[in-house]
Design a protein around this ligand. Structure first.
Ligand SMILES: Cc1cc2nc3c(=O)[nH]c(=O)nc-3n(C[C@H](O)[C@H](O)[C@H](O)COP(=O)(O)O)c2cc1C
Length: 192
């Protein structure tokens, strides 16, 4: 089966201002084999409603509409999910947190086998921040989210960010970007 990569960019920089994390993700994506499909969505530009916890009331959720349906379908459709997420307060940016909270709803839409589908997917994390050591709680959090849904967590690509274009000076991150998806493909367990 051809790989389908879904890149979710989550920086909150103003529209049209390319962030460090997205630039680093672009370098990694450029090294994907020609047959690999790429879909990109910018979560901060999408309408993601507040999440409401109905687990212990209605216990289920209707099919979403609008951008949420787009995101649900794109998430179900991919083989590889790539979070393109700078470190914000040792954690993830709010648009990604909100998207993740909606996974709790998507697990409870009648007729949507969300958990089963997610267990077949691989999750990758591309991040930038000022300090690698202090990004660890965020990386651990994402790895735990993958584990909760029995996804394969293929690892993290980290670059030194800061102001726009700062990561372009991180030669190690650029070299790792060019190998990032190839390395995770070699390490991935066989599925099926
Ligand atoms: C709200 C906010 C919180 C941040 N928190 C951290 C942090 O906890 N640790 C850190 O090293 N950098 C932090 N940063 C800096 C960003 O991680 C860094 O500038 C990153 O490269 C931005 O990514 P972008 O250019 O893709 O938007 C923060 C930036 C913002 C806007």
């Amino acid at each position: 089966m051809a790989s389908k990569y879904l890149f979710l960019t989550t920086s909150t920089r103003e529209r049209g201002h390319l962030g460090n994390t997205e630039w680093l993700a672009q370098q990694a994506a450029a090294a994907l084999p020609a047959g690999a499909q790429q879909t990109w969505h910018a979560l901060a530009q999408m309408q993601i409603p507040p999440f409401v916890d109905q687990r212990h009331t209605t216990g289920q959720y209707p099919q979403p509409s609008g951008d949420m349906l787009t995101l649900l379908q794109a998430t179900l459709d991919c083989t590889d999910l790539v979070f393109v997420a700078p470190v914000y307060w040792y954690s993830i940016p709010a648009p990604l947190k909100l998207y993740l909270d909606h996974w709790s709803a998507w697990m409870r839409i009648p007729g949507v086998p969300f958990k089963e589908a997610m267990a077949q997917k691989t999750l990758h994390l591309i991040t930038t921040s000022g300090d690698r050591a202090k990004s660890q709680p965020m990386i651990d959090s994402i790895a735990l989210c993958a584990g909760f849904l029995n996804m394969h967590f293929a690892g993290v690509l980290w670059g030194k960010g800061g102001p726009p274009d700062a990561v372009r000076a991180d030669a190690q991150a650029l070299a790792q970007a060019q190998q990032f998806f190839a390395a995770s493909a070699l390490a991935a367990p066989s599925r099926g």
